[in-house]
Design a protein around this ligand. Sequence first.
Ligand code: ATP
Length: 337
Amino acid sequence: MLRVIGLGKSYPGFRLQVSLEVGVGQTLALLGPSGSGKSTLLRLIAGLEAPEVGQVWLEQTELTPLAPEARRVGFVFQDYALFPHLSVWENIAFGLREARWDGASIRRRVAELLDLTHLGPHAQKRPNQLSGGERQRVALARALANRPRLLLLDEPLGALDLKLRHELLWELRAILRQAGVPTIVVTHDQSEAFVIAQQIALLRGGAVVQVGSPEQLFRHPKNAWVAGFLGHRNLLSADQSQQMGLPARPHLLPPEAITLGQGEEARVEERVFKGFVVGLELLWRGCKLYLEGPELGLYPGDTTQLGIDWSRVVALEEEPSSTPGAAQPSLEAPRAR
Ligand SMILES: Nc1ncnc2c1ncn2[C@@H]1O[C@H](COP(=O)(O)OP(=O)(O)OP(=O)(O)O)[C@@H](O)[C@H]1O
């Protein structure tokens, strides 16, 4: 179990102050907008930077006073930082030689990791002869080689194109589950966090806004910012909620609260074909709602019925009026009028 207790660091115009825990063998995704402090937190945990206050504990060991190399932390950076002149095999073995493993143990461990990351056929290639996805797996194998007690991944799929990201995401998930090492993954992509992690910590302006499983966070976001960051669209301000007969505080209408085909009349304003689903923007009671689902043959100008199950509407907390240093999320303004 990793415990980060009141870890703090300041830069001009920015302050990070974070406490969180990662369970044995679990993966926690650090999710947040650019500049929210994700990489800074990772560097503090790795010991690449010194905190002003706070502690990091791994099981019964306090890591904070230890040098980075004494922490037994595996780190994968965004650019992988592989040794260009060494083969895949040598890249993976490098840390083991440094740690003075004997030759037979090194050969055994490298073979295990080549197997885990499916890099066997590429063992003798150099990094510049590999694809982006293969380089990413070498970086992961190298980070895991010396049996780290903790794995830190900073945007591990960041340098890859979209298609490759998607393919490797599932592979990364499988490798992390198999490796069983507590892991923190930095990402700014919520769908990536949902696939990889059992826990998500949402960071904004250097502070954790909410921690929980992907499902907890998605179903019970604390406030409109969290809901918007996780991809929810139907957010009502306190005023809009009141107009709908709800208490005067922000609310979320989750997809499962909205049913098409029964209820009051709704008019289709926009339609987006998205492949597996169709997105519809509907005007209902003077309020714009967005829904995704199977093809229903509805086009702009059509009318249909829309019902809301009010028992499924989620009450949200009011956000603090300003969060110092917080970057604005890519939240669409609540669309209801
Ligand atoms: N060495 C430094 N000196 C001064 N300011 C810094 C330093 N490192 C980071 N910062 C500032 O701290 C804040 C958090 O940066 P950080 O890189 O941790 O954010 P992030 O969430 O990882 O962002 P991104 O998603 O863009 O990588 C930013 O405002 C950044 O400018």
